[in-house]
Design a protein around this ligand. Structure first.
Ligand code: MN
Ligand code: MN
Length: 298
């Protein structure tokens, strides 16, 4: 085991355990008619109640949106019949992250098979994960399971290593055989298959509700300086929601716009399936040590 992760092993494991608990609790909170913003508050407050912090805003992405949507400022949307909802949540302790996702369909089961496809792919891929496995082999397994169910994986999304205060570091664990012969040596990583009845590619949407700090350049205006100081202290380099900033700063909109324009913040646009396909997603975090631990399952 690598020394850096050894000292952080406990934090990564505990973060994963809390992620799993909140995930399990949250399954009961998704119901037809529930306000998406109430659901988001509940998830994030539960993480804090369990003495950890959200590693990123809970992603609540509907239908053809694969990822990076969340509750918005004054969001009036409710979960509605037939919505295919991806819940992607993360918890961190001292920057060590548990990252997990699941999909549910509200009050119907038209997309049961699609939802099962990404889950089956995850189960098979995490079973195969071991030190030294080629990344392409994990991708091959995911693709095989999903295409066997009659769907496409999302080819331009994938799993990733989890480093301290870095949700996406280093390389991609593909959702298809991309010929990457690189061997899996990272001790902490997430596998996240997406399945779709569309062509299997996401594009950036036009709106972003999630940001993170990417540069330490100085900013020019007073208000963006204040917001930046807050962001650095509260979130470090981890992603945060526009609505979190709106709670503290009336002028959150111009501040976020300025900081993004200056290249100090990165905005994460919503990711939309290009052909309008419905998307499902499942994800777990895995700690590969002397033994293999799926940290985000109890
Ligand atoms: Mn995730
Ligand atoms: Mn992830």
């Amino acid at each position: 085991m690598n020394g850096r992760i050894k000292s952080s092993y406990k934090d990564a494991l505990n973060a994963g355990r809390i992620t799993a608990r909140v995930k399990n609790a949250s399954r009961k909170w998704i119901k037809e008619g529930v306000l998406i913003s109430d659901f988001a508050d509940k998830v994030e407050n539960e993480i804090i109640r369990l003495k950890a912090k959200p590693a990123f805003p809970v992603n609540i992405s509907l239908n053809e949106c694969a990822a990076h949507d969340t509750a918005r400022v004054n969001d009036e949307r409710v979960f509605s019949e037939g919505n295919v909802v991806k819940i992607d949540l993360g918890v961190h302790i001292n920057g060590w992250i548990g990252d997990t996702a699941y999909t549910v369909e509200i009050s119907s089961d038209r997309y049961k098979k699609l939802i099962e496809a990404s889950n089956k792919a995850l189960l098979k891929a995490q079973k195969a994960a071991r030190k030294g496995i080629e990344l392409r082999e994990i991708g091959r397994i995911i693709h095989e399971v999903i295409s066997g169910e009659g769907f496409n994986p999302i080819y331009n999304l994938g799993g990733h290593p989890l480093m301290q205060y870095q949700q996406h570091g280093g390389f991609i664990i593909p959702n298809y055989d991309n010929y990457d012969k690189k061997k899996l040596e990272e001790p902490l990583f997430a596998i996240e298959p997406f399945a779709t009845n569309g062509d299997g590619y996401v594009k950036n949407g036009s709106r972003a509700f999630i940001y993170n700090l990417v540069s330490e350049k100085p900013t020019r205006s007073m208000i963006s300086r204040k917001v930046l100081t807050f962001i650095r202290r509260e979130y470090n380099t981890l992603p945060f929601a526009e609505r979190w900033i709106a709670r503290k700063f009336k002028l959150y909109k111009p501040a976020l716009r300025l900081l993004t324009g200056e290249g100090i913040l990165h905005a994460y646009p919503m990711l939309i399936e290009k052909t309008g396909g419905i998307v499902s997603q499942h994800e777990n975090t895995i700690l590969l040590n002397d033994e293999k631990i799926i940290t985000t399952e109890l």
